[in-house]
Design a protein around this ligand. Structure first.
Ligand code: FES
Ligand code: FES
Length: 194
């Protein structure tokens, strides 16, 4: 634990995309604002700033998190992956510069606007990791048994698991196809950055 703090600020260590950052943050600062304003990582977007749209989704210790709801002090000494680091996650298709989820989004035209796409891709990577860990969703038939990995996802599972990422546009169909294709390729789950 690296945290030291006063009544208004704290010194924290954020490990972002495999790089260690020592920063002093206002105790009220979110990970989202710290990434964007102190670390210059503007790929993560602020949509609603209220935990409702998913635009700010990042991976924290391999799991999805709305960075607008996560205080930087609570992310001290944890591993964060943003859209800038997704392509460096371990992935099967080493011949590509992109993560398989990014490749699939391109292939199926799952791209949305610049505000929505980073969160959608981070969320998709996180969702595949959750499925690989066997975590059920509310549409999983046997929630006690869980799901047998990302390859076992179907369209209903993908829609449910991606339902925290909202916009008013029409790319959802392409996103479902993209996530299913990425789910079918091995080793697309999130993990430690290389
Ligand atoms: S900006 Fe975080 S959920 Fe909308
Ligand atoms: S794609 Fe960004 S608001 Fe719809």
């Amino acid at each position: 634990m690296s945290l030291s703090h006063s009544s208004s600020s704290s010194d924290v260590v954020l490990r972002v995309n495999g790089k260690r950052h020592e920063v002093t943050v206002d105790n009220r600062s979110t990970v989202l604002d710290t990434l964007r304003e102190q670390l210059g990582l503007t790929g993560t977007k602020k949509g609603c700033d209220h935990g409702q749209c998913g635009a700010c989704t990042v991976l924290v210790d391999g799991e999805r998190a709305n960075s607008c709801l996560l205080l930087a002090v609570a992310a001290d000494d944890r591993d964060i992956v943003t859209i800038e680091g997704v392509a460096d996650l371990p992935a099967a298709q080493a011949e590509s510069d992109l993560h398989p989820v990014q490749e699939a989004f391109l292939k199926y035209d799952g791209l949305q606007c610049g505000y929505c796409t980073p969160g959608q891709i981070c969320s998709a990577v996180g969702a595949l990791g959750e499925a690989d860990r066997g975590w059920p969703s509310v549409v999983t038939q046997d929630t006690a048994a869980g799901i047998g990995g990302a390859a076992a996802l179907d369209a209903a599972e993908v829609r449910e698991r991606m339902s925290g990422n909202l916009c008013r546009c029409g790319a959802y169909g392409g996103i479902v196809e993209a996530v299913l294709e990425a789910a079918a390729s091995p080793a697309t789950a999130n993990g430690e950055a290389r």
